[in-house]
Design a binder for this molecule. Structure first.
Ligand SMILES: Cc1ncc(COP(=O)(O)O)c(C=O)c1O
Length: 384
């Protein structure tokens, strides 16, 4: 073998992603995979047809770097109808290859060596590596178990002159908690009069249940003035593999975001953008999502009644967390592996969402699945 030059890793000692390892394990044991967060049902054929039509109509070359203007207009109207604020499609909306990218590109645009970013654990796995890669410092704060609310007093105590950003995520992955109006007030009182920027991950914006309202940062002009807000169309349209989303931010932030975006990726699939723009003109395509997913959550909850699993409250997202008794297993990672083998249901241990592996004996199940899948999985879980 020829010798290759050494690369000094910018992200040393990263474990294999829990999603990759649990999915591999699920395959090996033929388990029902409620681990990774993606639907196992088909997306709307009408959307597929619109994208196919867009290809036939010639939407096959590089799209506008900021995103298809028609799609940006449709998104602006959608935001206005949901949150009472109409962002300027020209200067405040950028189409991205997914929500993860929208976050990483915003972090790239903002963070410098030594900046501190307040980040709440458990958290989506991309946040901390993306902070570190910029030479910035993640300042982690644990959400309160078992309701996974933000301990605002801890936030206050961790603010320093180097705090550059607070990264929030509502509805929250993995816990299913959502921010309330009181949380927004707390956030406001902390950032007011500072240079702190808010990164708000709202990829599950439509997945809020039991009549709760999604507290989007876009509802609050004073907070929006210091925010990047990330969205995922893959989550909204049941096509996570399309990797398409957008970032909404005030003009000066968007300008800086686009400076990096044009050299990172330049533009996003033109046919997808055109097809999605036409599809989203009809609000029913997303207004039915809360009821659709709430029914699935309730089906899962009904299915695990009488089992050893104690459900925690899921107010949003497509994840249901459950706690298992101490006598069953000590480690949730080990228990998740056991469950994948027998009775054959894959889940993600919440400990994987903490840098220090905090373990409250909680597993996360994704209920964005066919009813049959959920019925089969819960039948197996009841047998433990
Ligand atoms: C909290 C959170 N943010 C971002 C993403 C990624 O969104 P996308 O697939 O559009 O990159 C996910 C996907 O699981 C997520 O759960």
């Amino acid at each position: 073998m020829m010798n290759s030059p050494e690369i000094k890793s910018k992200l040393p000692n990263l474990p294999v992603s829990i999603f990759t390892s649990m999915t591999q394990l699920a395959r090996k044991h033929g388990a029902i995979n409620l681990g990774q967060g993606f639907p196992d049902f088909s997306m709307d054929e009408k959307l597929q047809a619109l994208v196919f039509k867009a290809m036939k109509d010639g939407h096959n070359q590089y799209a506008h770097s900021n995103g298809n203007p028609f799609l940006r207009e449709v998104i602006s109207s959608k935001i206005n109808s949901l949150y009472g604020f109409q962002p300027d499609p020209e200067t405040e909306i950028t189409i991205t290859p997914g929500g993860t990218y929208a976050i990483s590109n915003a972090l790239t645009a903002v963070l410098r060596d030594g900046d501190e970013v307040i980040v709440f654990e458990p958290c989506f796995d991309s946040y901390i590596p993306n902070i570190r890669i910029m030479g910035a410092v993640p300042v982690t704060i644990s959400l309160r178990h078992p309701d996974y609310s933000i301990p605002w007093e801890d936030v206050r105590s961790k603010i320093t002159s180097r705090t550059r950003m607070i990264l929030i995520n509502s509805p929250h992955n993995p816990s299913g908690s959502v921010l309330s109006e009181t949380d927004i007030e707390q956030l406001r009182s902390i950032v007011e009069g500072t240079d702190i920027i808010i990164m708000s991950d709202e990829v599950y914006e439509h997945l809020v249940f039991d009549g709760e309202k999604h507290e989007s940062i876009l509802r609050y002009p004073d907070l929006f003035a210091r925010s990047f807000v990330a969205f995922s169309l893959g989550k909204v349209l049941h096509c996570t593999g399309w990797k398409i989303g957008y970032c909404v931010a005030p003009p000066a932030f968007t300008k800086e975001f686009r400076n990096h975006h044009q050299f990172n990726v330049f533009s996003v699939s033109s046919a997808l953008q055109q097809g999605i723009a036409e599809y989203l003109q009809e609000p029913q395509t997303y207004l039915g999502l809360p009821a659709f997913f709430q029914r699935k959550r309730d089906l899962f909850l009904e299915g695990i009644k009488g089992s050893i699993f104690q459900p925690l409250q899921t107010k949003g997202s497509y994840f249901q967390c459950v706690q298992f008794p101490e006598e069953v297993a000590k480690s949730s990672a080990a228990f998740a592996e056991t469950l994948t083998e027998t009775p054959g249901v894959a889940a993600i241990p919440l400990s994987a969402f903490y840098a220090d592996g905090t373990d409250n004996r909680v597993l996360r199940f994704c209920f964005a699945k066919e009813d049959e899948t959920l019925l089969m999985a819960t039948e197996r879980l009841r047998k433990i």
